[in-house]
Design a protein around this ligand. Sequence first.
Ligand code: ADP
Length: 579
Amino acid sequence: MVVPTKGSRAHYRQVRLIALVVLLCLAAAFIFGTSIYWRRQAAEQVWQEAAETLAVQTEILSGVLDKYRMVPPLLSRQSDIIALFPDPGENPISPRRAREKAEEIAGLSGAKEVIFLLPDMTLLAAARNIYNGRAPGAEPLTEAASHGILGRQAVSLDSPDRAYAFASDVRRNGKFVGVVIAYIGFEGIEATWSLTTAPVFITDEDNVIILTNQQQWRHRSMTEVLTNALVQKKYVNLERNLPLLGWQLHVLADQAPARRTGITAGGVAALLSVLAGAAVLLYLSRRERLERQTRRDKAQALRLERIVRDRTRALSLTNDELSHEVEERKQAEEKLTQAQAELIQTAKLAVLGQMAATLSHEMNQPLAAMRTYADNATRFLDLSRVGDARAALGRISAMVDRMAELSGALLSFSRRPGTEKRPVSLGSVLEEALILVRPRAKKAGVSLKVAEGVGNLALLGGRVRLSQIVVNLVNNAVDALRDTSNPEVVIGAHREEDQIVLTISDNGPGIPNELHERIFEPFFTTKPHGEGVGVGLSIVYNIVQDFGGSIRLVDREGPGCTFEIRLQAAEQAAVAAAN
Ligand code: ADP
C-alpha cells in the first residue's frame, strides 16, 4: 500500500484549516447579517403596526371630540334651553327645570357632564354634579363663549379623571345670557385601548400620563416610566401631538417579536451555515480521498511498470542466454553430426580393414593368374600359336576388368559420403556392396543370394551409405554363419506403398531375445576381443534414421536372423534424372 506523502497530508490539513476559518467567518457574517436583516424587517413591521395604532387612536380621539364639538352650539340655540337662562341681574326662572334639561342632554349625548353657567360663571345647573357645584375651566370657556366662539378646554381640576370641555354662548335677543358646557370623558377610549396589546397612553402638557391601558402607569410621569430599564429595553416610543388638546398620544412598540424573529433567523442561518460547512468539509475530505486514491493508483501503475520493465529486462537476459545456449547446442549438434559422420567413416574404414586380407587375396589371385596367362601367351607366341596367345591375353584383359571393378568399388566405398538424400537404384547399391562382401562370403563358404526383381527398385538415400548398410549386415551374417552347415544369406526387397522394405536374412544361430534391445547400442558386441567393436549395427541404425527410415530385427520361428529396413521409395525415372 502506498502511503500519501507527509507533504500532501500537511497540505490538506492546511486547506482544511483555512476552509474552517473562512467558513466560520462567512457563517458569522451570514448569521449576523440574516439576524439583523430579519430583525429589522420585523421591527419595521412592529413599528408600522404601532404607527397604525397611533393613527387609529388619533382618529378615534378626534372622532370623539368631533362628535361632542357640535353638542353645545346646537343646544345653545334651542329656544327651550335659551328660556332656562334669566336675563342678567334676574333670578333664574326654574333651576329645577334647568337641571332636568341638563340631565336629559347628558343622558342623550353620553357626555360626562353638562353644565349651564350664567355669564358671571355662577352655576345654573349641572346634570350630574360630578364637580361639586363647580365648572372646571369655566373662566376660559366663558371668555371664549362671550365672544361668540366655541370654547374648548382640557380640564382636570383636582380629580385624576381628565375631561375635555366644549362651551357655547346662549343669547337671547342678542344678549349674552349664559354658557352651555359639555364635558367629555375618555373612559370609553381607555376601554377600547385595553384591546390593544401595545401600551398606549396620553400625556398632558406636564408629561404626566393621564390616560393609558397600563393601569400601573396612570398618573405617573412619562419620563419616569420610560427611563425604566426594562421598558427602555423592550419598547420603542412612537408619539403624536394632539394639538387641539395640547396632549400627546404615545404607542410603545414591543421589540420582543423583532428580537425573536432576529434570533430565529439567526438560528436558521446558523443551521444552514452548519450544513454548508459540513458539505464543504465533506467535499474537501472526498477530494482528498480521491486525490489519495489517484496517487495510490499512479504509484501502483508506476510500480507495475517498474516490475514489467525489470521482468522484461530479466526475460531479455534469459532470452539472450537461451539464444546463446541454443547457439552452443547447435554447435554441439553440428559437432556431434560431424563426429557421427566421422564415426561412420571410421567404422567403414574399419570394415574395409577387416576385409583387407580377403580383398587383397581377391586381388592376388587374378594377379597370379594374369602372370600365368602372360607367361602362356609369351610361350604361345614363341611357338607361333597366335590363336592360343590371343585367348590368354583375352583372359588377362577380363581379369584386369574384374580388378578395376573391385578397386572402383573399394574407392567408392571408402570415399567420404555426402549428407544429401536423392533417388538411388537399389540394384546399383547392392552390386557395389556385393563386390566388396562376396569374396569374404565365398571364403567362408557362405552362399549369397539376391532375390529377383530387386534391381528394379529405387529409393531415397545416399549410395555410399546405403551400401555401407548392406556391407555391415552381410558381414555380420557371414560372421554368425561360421559354424552353420549350408550357410546362406538372402537379400530381398519389395515395395510397400511409398516404402522399400529391404530384408537381409541368414540361417545362422540368430540373436537371443534378451539381446534384441541391446544390439543397436554402440559398442555392444558378443564377438571375442579383437574381432568386433560393436559399432556396426549402431552405425546402420543411425544411417537409417538419417534417411528417415527404420530398422528392426524380425521375430521369426526357428534358427536364423532377419533384419528389416524400411526406407522411402523413389521412382526409377527419378534415379536416371538424378544421375
Ligand atoms: P560387431 O559385429 O562388431 O560385434 P555389431 O554392432 O555389428 O558389432 O553387432 C553386434 C552384435 O550383434 C554382434 O556381436 C552379434 O552378437 C550380433 N549379431 C549381429 N548380426 C547378427 C546375425 N546376423 N546373427 C547373429 N548375431 C548377430
